[in-house]
Design a protein around this ligand. Sequence first.
Ligand SMILES: NC(=O)c1ccc[n+]([C@@H]2O[C@H](COP(=O)([O-])OP(=O)(O)OC[C@H]3O[C@@H](n4cnc5c(N)ncnc54)[C@H](O)[C@@H]3O)[C@@H](O)[C@H]2O)c1
Length: 382
Amino acid sequence: MTGAGASALAPGALGAAAEQKEKPIRIAVIGTGFRAWAHLAILKSLPDYQVIALADPTPENLDRAATLAPGAKTYSDYRRLLAEQKDLDAVLVVTPNFLHAEPTIAAFERGLAVLCEKPMATTVEDANRMIAASRKARKPLYIGFQKRLVPITRKMKELVDAGEIGKLLLVTGNLFRGDWNPKSWKYTDPKTGVSTNWRYLTFTAGSALLEDGVHEIDSLHWMINDRVVRVMAAGGNNVYKDRETADHIATIVEYASGAKLSFELCLFGQNSGPAARRMVLIGSEGVMAPEDGKVAIRKRNGKGVRYVEVTRDAPKAATQGTVGSAQDAETYKQFLLFADTVRTGKPPLVDPEAAKAAIKLVLLAEKSWREHRVLTWDDLPA
Ligand SMILES: NC(=O)c1ccc[n+]([C@@H]2O[C@H](COP(=O)([O-])OP(=O)(O)OC[C@H]3O[C@@H](n4cnc5c(N)ncnc54)[C@H](O)[C@@H]3O)[C@@H](O)[C@H]2O)c1
Protein backbone atom coordinates (compact mmCIF):
# COMPACT_ATOMS: atom_id res chain seq x y z
CA MET A 1 0.00 0.00 0.00
CA THR A 2 1.65 3.05 1.27
CA GLY A 3 5.37 2.88 1.72
CA ALA A 4 4.68 3.62 5.39
CA GLY A 5 8.22 2.76 6.44
CA ALA A 6 10.58 4.20 3.88
CA SER A 7 11.65 7.81 3.47
CA ALA A 8 10.93 9.86 0.38
CA LEU A 9 14.45 11.24 0.70
CA ALA A 10 17.58 9.69 -0.66
CA PRO A 11 19.72 8.26 2.18
CA GLY A 12 22.21 10.79 3.47
CA ALA A 13 20.62 13.60 1.50
CA LEU A 14 20.46 15.83 4.54
CA GLY A 15 23.79 14.97 6.10
CA ALA A 16 25.06 18.56 5.93
CA ALA A 17 22.32 19.69 8.33
CA ALA A 18 24.21 18.04 11.20
CA GLU A 19 26.51 21.04 11.42
CA GLN A 20 23.56 23.10 12.73
CA LYS A 21 23.44 20.89 15.84
CA GLU A 22 23.58 23.59 18.51
CA LYS A 23 22.05 26.47 16.61
CA PRO A 24 18.30 27.07 16.77
CA ILE A 25 16.40 26.28 13.59
CA ARG A 26 15.28 29.56 12.03
CA ILE A 27 11.69 28.99 11.08
CA ALA A 28 8.90 31.01 9.44
CA VAL A 29 5.22 30.35 10.01
CA ILE A 30 2.91 30.66 7.00
CA GLY A 31 -0.76 30.93 8.05
CA THR A 32 -1.22 32.29 11.56
CA GLY A 33 -4.74 31.29 12.67
CA PHE A 34 -5.89 29.17 15.60
CA ARG A 35 -3.61 26.21 14.99
CA ALA A 36 -0.56 28.38 14.42
CA TRP A 37 -1.15 30.19 17.73
CA ALA A 38 -0.94 26.82 19.51
CA HIS A 39 2.24 26.02 17.54
CA LEU A 40 3.79 29.36 18.43
CA ALA A 41 3.16 28.77 22.15
CA ILE A 42 5.12 25.52 21.86
CA LEU A 43 7.89 27.00 19.71
CA LYS A 44 8.39 29.75 22.27
CA SER A 45 9.23 27.11 24.87
CA LEU A 46 11.68 25.24 22.64
CA PRO A 47 15.29 26.44 22.39
CA ASP A 48 15.62 24.35 19.21
CA TYR A 49 13.69 26.98 17.28
CA GLN A 50 13.76 30.69 16.57
CA VAL A 51 10.66 32.02 14.82
CA ILE A 52 11.99 34.78 12.60
CA ALA A 53 9.04 35.54 10.33
CA LEU A 54 5.26 35.18 10.06
CA ALA A 55 2.95 35.51 7.05
CA ASP A 56 -0.81 35.87 6.92
CA PRO A 57 -3.15 38.13 4.94
CA THR A 58 -5.55 38.57 7.90
CA PRO A 59 -4.13 41.45 9.98
CA GLU A 60 -5.78 40.53 13.31
CA ASN A 61 -4.54 36.95 13.12
CA LEU A 62 -1.05 38.09 12.17
CA ASP A 63 -1.02 40.59 15.05
CA ARG A 64 -2.01 37.95 17.56
CA ALA A 65 0.71 35.64 16.21
CA ALA A 66 3.25 38.46 16.50
CA THR A 67 2.58 38.70 20.24
CA LEU A 68 3.52 35.00 20.49
CA ALA A 69 6.73 35.40 18.48
CA PRO A 70 8.44 38.57 19.69
CA GLY A 71 10.96 39.87 17.19
CA ALA A 72 9.53 37.99 14.21
CA LYS A 73 9.00 40.05 11.06
CA THR A 74 5.44 40.02 9.77
CA TYR A 75 4.26 39.79 6.18
CA SER A 76 0.83 39.83 4.55
CA ASP A 77 2.16 37.69 1.67
CA TYR A 78 4.25 34.57 2.21
CA ARG A 79 5.92 34.97 -1.19
CA ARG A 80 7.48 38.23 -0.04
CA LEU A 81 8.57 36.54 3.19
CA LEU A 82 10.31 33.78 1.24
CA ALA A 83 11.93 36.31 -1.09
CA GLU A 84 13.23 38.56 1.70
CA GLN A 85 14.14 36.22 4.57
CA LYS A 86 17.54 34.90 3.51
CA ASP A 87 18.48 33.20 6.80
CA LEU A 88 15.68 30.68 7.05
CA ASP A 89 16.19 26.96 7.66
CA ALA A 90 12.57 25.80 7.67
CA VAL A 91 8.95 26.74 7.16
CA LEU A 92 5.85 25.72 9.08
CA VAL A 93 2.74 25.69 6.85
CA VAL A 94 -0.52 26.18 8.80
CA THR A 95 -2.79 27.58 6.10
CA PRO A 96 -6.24 26.21 5.21
CA ASN A 97 -6.00 22.84 3.47
CA PHE A 98 -6.20 24.06 -0.15
CA LEU A 99 -3.22 26.32 0.53
CA HIS A 100 -0.81 23.67 1.79
CA ALA A 101 0.77 22.73 -1.53
CA GLU A 102 1.64 26.16 -2.90
CA PRO A 103 3.70 27.55 0.05
CA THR A 104 5.27 24.13 0.66
CA ILE A 105 6.54 23.94 -2.92
CA ALA A 106 7.69 27.58 -2.81
CA ALA A 107 9.65 26.81 0.38
CA PHE A 108 11.33 23.81 -1.24
CA GLU A 109 12.24 26.02 -4.20
CA ARG A 110 14.05 28.19 -1.64
CA GLY A 111 15.87 25.07 -0.35
CA LEU A 112 14.06 24.98 3.03
CA ALA A 113 12.76 22.09 5.13
CA VAL A 114 8.97 22.00 5.59
CA LEU A 115 6.66 20.95 8.40
CA CYS A 116 3.18 21.10 6.88
CA GLU A 117 -0.03 20.61 8.81
CA LYS A 118 -2.34 17.73 8.02
CA PRO A 119 -4.05 17.00 5.70
CA MET A 120 -1.12 16.99 3.30
CA ALA A 121 -3.19 18.49 0.46
CA THR A 122 -6.68 18.49 -1.02
CA THR A 123 -5.72 16.47 -4.11
CA VAL A 124 -3.39 13.56 -4.81
CA GLU A 125 -1.85 15.61 -7.61
CA ASP A 126 -0.87 18.36 -5.15
CA ALA A 127 0.57 15.76 -2.77
CA ASN A 128 2.68 14.38 -5.62
CA ARG A 129 3.94 17.86 -6.49
CA MET A 130 4.92 18.40 -2.85
CA ILE A 131 6.83 15.11 -2.71
CA ALA A 132 8.57 15.85 -6.01
CA ALA A 133 9.59 19.32 -4.78
CA SER A 134 10.96 17.83 -1.53
CA ARG A 135 13.02 15.29 -3.46
CA LYS A 136 14.32 17.89 -5.88
CA ALA A 137 15.35 20.22 -3.04
CA ARG A 138 16.70 17.28 -1.00
CA LYS A 139 14.91 18.73 1.99
CA PRO A 140 12.47 16.91 4.28
CA LEU A 141 8.69 17.17 4.08
CA TYR A 142 7.18 16.40 7.47
CA ILE A 143 3.38 16.14 7.59
CA GLY A 144 1.74 16.98 10.93
CA PHE A 145 0.09 13.68 11.82
CA GLN A 146 0.95 14.19 15.49
CA LYS A 147 -1.62 11.59 16.54
CA ARG A 148 0.81 8.93 15.32
CA LEU A 149 2.74 9.91 18.46
CA VAL A 150 -0.08 9.22 20.94
CA PRO A 151 1.52 6.67 23.32
CA ILE A 152 -1.48 4.33 23.42
CA THR A 153 -1.71 4.28 19.61
CA ARG A 154 2.00 3.53 19.33
CA LYS A 155 1.68 0.75 21.92
CA MET A 156 -1.25 -0.78 20.02
CA LYS A 157 0.74 -0.71 16.79
CA GLU A 158 3.67 -2.40 18.55
CA LEU A 159 1.37 -5.11 19.97
CA VAL A 160 -0.38 -5.67 16.64
CA ASP A 161 2.95 -6.00 14.82
CA ALA A 162 4.12 -8.47 17.50
CA GLY A 163 1.08 -10.64 16.64
CA GLU A 164 -0.73 -10.20 19.99
CA ILE A 165 -4.17 -10.58 18.39
CA GLY A 166 -3.10 -12.68 15.41
CA LYS A 167 -3.82 -11.48 11.91
CA LEU A 168 -5.60 -8.14 11.88
CA LEU A 169 -9.03 -8.60 10.30
CA LEU A 170 -11.17 -5.61 11.28
CA VAL A 171 -10.23 -2.17 12.57
CA THR A 172 -12.92 0.26 13.51
CA GLY A 173 -13.07 3.75 14.91
CA ASN A 174 -15.06 6.93 15.12
CA LEU A 175 -14.90 10.61 15.86
CA PHE A 176 -18.09 12.21 17.15
CA ARG A 177 -17.62 15.92 17.77
CA GLY A 178 -19.29 19.31 17.48
CA ASP A 179 -19.29 21.67 14.53
CA TRP A 180 -16.26 23.48 13.08
CA ASN A 181 -14.83 26.57 14.69
CA PRO A 182 -17.15 29.42 13.55
CA LYS A 183 -14.16 31.79 13.75
CA SER A 184 -12.23 29.90 11.07
CA TRP A 185 -10.86 32.09 8.26
CA LYS A 186 -13.40 33.06 5.58
CA TYR A 187 -12.63 32.37 1.95
CA THR A 188 -13.86 35.13 -0.36
CA ASP A 189 -15.02 33.91 -3.76
CA PRO A 190 -13.34 36.23 -6.32
CA LYS A 191 -16.34 35.93 -8.66
CA THR A 192 -19.21 36.58 -6.21
CA GLY A 193 -17.44 38.34 -3.34
CA VAL A 194 -19.18 35.96 -0.92
CA SER A 195 -17.12 34.99 2.16
CA THR A 196 -17.52 31.49 3.61
CA ASN A 197 -15.90 29.56 6.48
CA TRP A 198 -13.19 27.62 4.64
CA ARG A 199 -14.24 24.43 6.42
CA TYR A 200 -17.67 24.61 4.72
CA LEU A 201 -16.38 24.49 1.15
CA THR A 202 -15.15 21.43 -0.70
CA PHE A 203 -12.68 23.52 -2.69
CA THR A 204 -10.96 24.97 0.39
CA ALA A 205 -11.27 22.09 2.92
CA GLY A 206 -11.10 19.13 0.52
CA SER A 207 -13.82 17.39 2.52
CA ALA A 208 -15.06 17.17 6.11
CA LEU A 209 -13.21 13.91 6.63
CA LEU A 210 -10.05 15.41 5.19
CA GLU A 211 -10.29 18.20 7.76
CA ASP A 212 -10.98 15.92 10.74
CA GLY A 213 -11.02 12.16 10.94
CA VAL A 214 -7.99 11.96 8.64
CA HIS A 215 -5.78 11.54 11.74
CA GLU A 216 -7.79 8.55 12.92
CA ILE A 217 -8.05 7.02 9.44
CA ASP A 218 -4.29 7.41 9.06
CA SER A 219 -3.74 5.59 12.38
CA LEU A 220 -6.17 2.75 11.54
CA HIS A 221 -4.68 2.37 8.04
CA TRP A 222 -1.20 2.30 9.62
CA MET A 223 -2.33 -0.57 11.88
CA ILE A 224 -3.45 -2.68 8.89
CA ASN A 225 -0.53 -1.68 6.63
CA ASP A 226 -1.97 -3.45 3.58
CA ARG A 227 -3.00 -2.71 0.00
CA VAL A 228 -6.39 -1.04 -0.40
CA VAL A 229 -8.75 -2.82 -2.78
CA ARG A 230 -12.09 -0.99 -2.45
CA VAL A 231 -13.49 2.06 -0.68
CA MET A 232 -17.18 2.75 -0.06
CA ALA A 233 -18.87 5.45 1.95
CA ALA A 234 -22.16 7.13 2.74
CA GLY A 235 -22.46 10.67 3.98
CA GLY A 236 -24.41 13.88 3.79
CA ASN A 237 -25.84 16.80 5.73
CA ASN A 238 -28.48 15.75 8.23
CA VAL A 239 -28.15 18.75 10.55
CA TYR A 240 -26.00 21.50 9.01
CA LYS A 241 -27.57 22.43 5.69
CA ASP A 242 -25.61 25.68 5.27
CA ARG A 243 -22.54 24.21 3.59
CA GLU A 244 -21.03 21.95 0.94
CA THR A 245 -18.96 19.76 3.26
CA ALA A 246 -20.74 16.86 4.95
CA ASP A 247 -21.76 16.77 8.60
CA HIS A 248 -21.47 12.99 8.84
CA ILE A 249 -19.79 10.22 6.87
CA ALA A 250 -19.42 6.46 7.33
CA THR A 251 -16.58 4.76 5.46
CA ILE A 252 -15.60 1.16 4.80
CA VAL A 253 -12.25 0.15 3.29
CA GLU A 254 -11.46 -3.34 2.04
CA TYR A 255 -7.85 -4.57 1.89
CA ALA A 256 -6.10 -7.17 -0.27
CA SER A 257 -5.74 -9.47 2.76
CA GLY A 258 -9.51 -9.38 3.36
CA ALA A 259 -9.12 -7.04 6.36
CA LYS A 260 -11.62 -4.19 6.66
CA LEU A 261 -11.44 -0.68 8.12
CA SER A 262 -14.59 1.14 9.17
CA PHE A 263 -14.78 4.70 10.42
CA GLU A 264 -17.50 7.23 11.17
CA LEU A 265 -17.19 10.99 11.52
CA CYS A 266 -20.08 13.02 12.91
CA LEU A 267 -20.08 16.78 13.47
CA PHE A 268 -23.37 16.82 15.35
CA GLY A 269 -22.05 14.38 17.92
CA GLN A 270 -21.01 16.82 20.63
CA ASN A 271 -21.41 15.53 24.19
CA SER A 272 -20.91 11.93 23.08
CA GLY A 273 -18.95 11.18 26.25
CA PRO A 274 -16.62 8.20 26.09
CA ALA A 275 -18.22 7.12 22.78
CA ALA A 276 -16.78 10.19 21.04
CA ARG A 277 -13.49 8.54 20.10
CA ARG A 278 -13.21 4.83 19.71
CA MET A 279 -10.61 2.54 18.22
CA VAL A 280 -11.08 -1.23 18.28
CA LEU A 281 -8.78 -3.73 16.55
CA ILE A 282 -10.01 -7.27 15.98
CA GLY A 283 -7.63 -10.01 14.92
CA SER A 284 -7.85 -13.73 14.27
CA GLU A 285 -6.92 -14.37 17.92
CA GLY A 286 -8.44 -11.53 19.90
CA VAL A 287 -9.62 -7.98 20.37
CA MET A 288 -7.57 -4.93 21.38
CA ALA A 289 -8.80 -1.50 22.48
CA PRO A 290 -7.78 1.39 24.72
CA GLU A 291 -9.35 1.16 28.17
CA ASP A 292 -8.64 3.53 31.08
CA GLY A 293 -5.31 4.63 29.59
CA LYS A 294 -4.13 1.04 29.06
CA VAL A 295 -4.36 -1.36 26.14
CA ALA A 296 -6.92 -4.07 26.89
CA ILE A 297 -6.44 -7.39 25.12
CA ARG A 298 -9.07 -10.10 25.14
CA LYS A 299 -8.17 -13.38 23.49
CA ARG A 300 -10.87 -15.06 21.51
CA ASN A 301 -10.40 -18.39 23.24
CA GLY A 302 -9.25 -17.03 26.56
CA LYS A 303 -10.99 -15.77 29.64
CA GLY A 304 -10.76 -12.28 31.10
CA VAL A 305 -8.63 -9.41 29.97
CA ARG A 306 -4.93 -8.53 29.94
CA TYR A 307 -4.06 -4.86 30.43
CA VAL A 308 -0.83 -3.55 28.95
CA GLU A 309 0.52 -0.42 30.63
CA VAL A 310 1.41 2.53 28.42
CA THR A 311 4.42 4.70 29.22
CA ARG A 312 3.61 8.38 29.04
CA ASP A 313 6.69 9.84 27.43
CA ALA A 314 5.43 13.41 27.06
CA PRO A 315 8.23 15.97 27.27
CA LYS A 316 8.49 17.74 30.62
CA ALA A 317 7.33 21.14 29.40
CA ALA A 318 4.24 19.54 27.88
CA THR A 319 3.29 17.72 31.08
CA GLN A 320 3.97 20.77 33.25
CA GLY A 321 1.27 22.70 31.47
CA THR A 322 3.69 25.08 29.73
CA VAL A 323 2.11 24.28 26.41
CA GLY A 324 -1.43 23.38 27.35
CA SER A 325 -3.53 20.31 26.74
CA ALA A 326 -2.64 16.64 26.46
CA GLN A 327 -2.95 16.79 22.70
CA ASP A 328 -0.22 19.40 22.63
CA ALA A 329 2.18 16.90 24.16
CA GLU A 330 2.17 15.09 20.80
CA THR A 331 2.54 18.32 18.83
CA TYR A 332 5.43 19.26 21.12
CA LYS A 333 7.10 15.92 20.44
CA GLN A 334 6.50 16.44 16.75
CA PHE A 335 8.54 19.65 16.85
CA LEU A 336 11.39 17.80 18.55
CA LEU A 337 11.28 15.13 15.86
CA PHE A 338 11.14 17.72 13.08
CA ALA A 339 14.20 19.45 14.57
CA ASP A 340 16.01 16.12 14.56
CA THR A 341 14.99 15.50 10.96
CA VAL A 342 16.20 18.94 9.87
CA ARG A 343 19.53 18.56 11.70
CA THR A 344 20.43 14.94 11.11
CA GLY A 345 18.63 13.99 7.92
CA LYS A 346 16.63 11.31 9.72
CA PRO A 347 13.48 10.50 7.71
CA PRO A 348 10.27 12.14 8.96
CA LEU A 349 8.21 10.02 11.37
CA VAL A 350 5.43 9.80 8.78
CA ASP A 351 6.69 9.12 5.31
CA PRO A 352 5.14 11.64 2.87
CA GLU A 353 3.95 8.70 0.76
CA ALA A 354 2.02 7.40 3.79
CA ALA A 355 0.57 10.87 4.41
CA LYS A 356 -0.48 10.90 0.76
CA ALA A 357 -2.10 7.45 1.12
CA ALA A 358 -4.19 8.77 4.04
CA ILE A 359 -5.57 11.65 1.98
CA LYS A 360 -6.14 9.39 -1.00
CA LEU A 361 -8.23 7.05 1.16
CA VAL A 362 -10.27 9.95 2.47
CA LEU A 363 -10.70 11.49 -0.99
CA LEU A 364 -11.89 8.12 -2.30
CA ALA A 365 -14.44 7.99 0.56
CA GLU A 366 -15.66 11.47 -0.38
CA LYS A 367 -15.95 10.53 -4.05
CA SER A 368 -17.72 7.29 -3.13
CA TRP A 369 -20.51 8.91 -1.11
CA ARG A 370 -20.91 11.79 -3.57
CA GLU A 371 -21.15 9.45 -6.58
CA HIS A 372 -22.98 6.62 -4.77
CA ARG A 373 -20.54 4.00 -5.94
CA VAL A 374 -17.86 1.65 -4.73
CA LEU A 375 -14.37 2.75 -5.78
CA THR A 376 -11.04 1.04 -6.23
CA TRP A 377 -7.62 2.39 -5.26
CA ASP A 378 -7.01 3.18 -8.94
CA ASP A 379 -10.01 5.51 -9.17
CA LEU A 380 -7.69 8.33 -8.09
CA PRO A 381 -4.15 8.94 -9.39
CA ALA A 382 -1.21 7.00 -7.92
N1 LIG B 1 -2.86 18.66 13.47
C1 LIG B 1 -3.97 19.05 14.05
O1 LIG B 1 -4.46 18.42 15.00
C2 LIG B 1 -4.66 20.29 13.56
C3 LIG B 1 -5.54 20.97 14.40
C4 LIG B 1 -6.16 22.13 13.91
C5 LIG B 1 -5.90 22.56 12.62
N2 LIG B 1 -5.04 21.86 11.83
C6 LIG B 1 -4.77 22.31 10.45
O2 LIG B 1 -4.14 23.59 10.48
C7 LIG B 1 -4.53 24.34 9.34
C8 LIG B 1 -5.06 25.69 9.79
O3 LIG B 1 -6.17 25.51 10.64
P1 LIG B 1 -6.65 26.67 11.63
O4 LIG B 1 -7.57 26.05 12.59
O5 LIG B 1 -5.48 27.42 12.11
O6 LIG B 1 -7.49 27.59 10.61
P2 LIG B 1 -7.86 29.13 10.81
O7 LIG B 1 -9.01 29.40 9.92
O8 LIG B 1 -7.96 29.45 12.26
O9 LIG B 1 -6.56 29.89 10.26
C9 LIG B 1 -6.16 29.84 8.93
C10 LIG B 1 -5.23 31.02 8.69
O10 LIG B 1 -4.68 30.93 7.37
C11 LIG B 1 -4.59 32.26 6.88
N3 LIG B 1 -4.45 32.30 5.44
C12 LIG B 1 -5.41 32.28 4.48
N4 LIG B 1 -4.84 32.42 3.27
C13 LIG B 1 -3.50 32.52 3.47
C14 LIG B 1 -2.40 32.68 2.60
N5 LIG B 1 -2.53 32.77 1.27
N6 LIG B 1 -1.17 32.78 3.15
C15 LIG B 1 -0.99 32.71 4.50
N7 LIG B 1 -2.01 32.54 5.36
C16 LIG B 1 -3.26 32.45 4.85
C17 LIG B 1 -5.87 32.91 7.39
O11 LIG B 1 -5.81 34.32 7.31
C18 LIG B 1 -5.94 32.37 8.79
O12 LIG B 1 -5.25 33.22 9.70
C19 LIG B 1 -5.54 23.48 8.59
O13 LIG B 1 -4.89 22.77 7.56
C20 LIG B 1 -6.03 22.49 9.63
O14 LIG B 1 -6.45 21.27 9.10
C21 LIG B 1 -4.41 20.76 12.28
